[in-house]
Design a protein around this ligand. Structure first.
Ligand code: GDP
Ligand code: CA
Length: 308
């Protein structure tokens, strides 16, 4: 069994993890998930990225919509909206079932990591899924139009504003969730999933002890680029890289993870960027990175496993 730690955001990370659990023994995998996106909706604690991972690995995600659960219905959400409740952040009925369980657990003082572990076993998964932190760590987006809590910018404003800066409220005091540092210390491979560097991976690295443990690692680390042909498959990663990292070539993704990666896997359509990655002292690995289906995810995971 190969012991692997994977840092992941939501959908892009989850797509990759679906391949990783088929390419290697899932019992060896610890996923460290982003919680900077967590949000309170209608009194429910929603952890969108942890849930995208849970749903994808359990095979119950809606891949067409790109988020949430398959076979979803919207009765509770529709009724809440009709009664004047919050309606900017959609929650399906099945999804709400999970949020009720989580919210009740948190309300009686259970840490997020504990309730997440219960959800993992309720879905019958073999991986460990740990939130980066049990503490409150929230992503804020500074834009020319003002500063917004992450979901207000992403969902309510449809990430239309350019991003000047990403901040993480609570980062000074956030501690790694139990098991994160142990998993990093025991890992034979660290993988940074093809997630948005700024809003999915940076909030994990904002937990100082996690970043330090990864800087000190004595095991190889590989990142997978979320860009294909210099464009995000979905979402604002390309715009953000352009504005915050100076471009969308593979090397710009690498510069988001200084001292944290030994190899970068990126798409064959971006192959001309290999030299610049190499000049950073990072091994460039060119592959097909578009995960159209499970077979493509698995092939990409196998490339990552063979890359170092
Ligand atoms: P979120 O939290 O749901 O936004 O998900 P992530 O941050 O984990 O993933 C978003 C990123 O996944 C986007 O930047 C996409 O470009 C990337 N992504 C989605 N599908 C694919 C794919 O098939 N291949 C690659 N390389 N990246 C992908
Ligand atoms: Ca997310």
């Amino acid at each position: 069994m190969r012991r692997i730690v994977a840092l992941s955001g939501g959908v892009g990370g989850a797509r990759f993890l679906r391949g990783l659990v088929r390419a290697t023994d899932p019992k060896g995998i610890t996923v460290v998930g982003n919680v900077g996106d967590d949000v309170d909706v209608l009194g429910l604690h929603v952890s969108p990225d942890l849930d995208s991972i849970l749903y994808a690995l359990a095979g119950v995600s809606d891949d067409e919509r790109g988020w949430g659960r398959a076979d979803e219905s919207w009765t509770a959400f529709g009724e809440a909206g009709r009664l004047g409740g919050e309606s900017w952040f959609q929650l399906g009925d099945r999804d709400i079932g999970l949020h009720l369980v989580r919210t009740q657990a948190l309300g009686r003082g259970e840490p997020l990591s504990t309730v997440t572990a219960r959800l993992v076993s309720a879905f019958g998964l073999d991986v460990a899924l740990l939130p980066a932190t049990d503490d409150e760590l929230r992503t804020w987006i500074d834009t020319p139009a003002g500063s917004f809590p992450f979901q207000e910018w992403f969902v309510a404003r449809r990430h239309r504003d350019d991003v000047d800066r990403v901040r993480f409220e609570g980062e000074e005091t956030a501690r790694p969730a139990p098991g994160v540092l142990e998993a990093i210390a025991a890992a034979e491979l660290v993988v940074i999933c093809p997630s948005n560097p700024f809003i999915s991976i940076w909030p994990i690295l904002a937990v100082a002890e996690i970043r330090e443990a990864l800087e000190r690692r004595n095991t190889p680390a590989v990142a997978v680029s979320p860009l294909v042909g210099g464009r995000a498959v979905k979402g604002p990663a390309d715009r953000m890289l352009d504005r915050l990292a100076g471009g969308t070539e593979p090397v710009r993704v690498a510069t988001c993870y200084p001292g944290l990666v030994d190899a970068l896997v990126f798409d064959e359509s971006d192959a001309e960027g290999a030299g610049a990655v190499e000049r950073l002292g990072i091994r460039p690995v060119v592959a097909r990175t578009l995960m159209r289906d499970e077979a493509a995810s698995r092939a990409l995971a196998e490339t990552v496993l063979a890359s170092v």
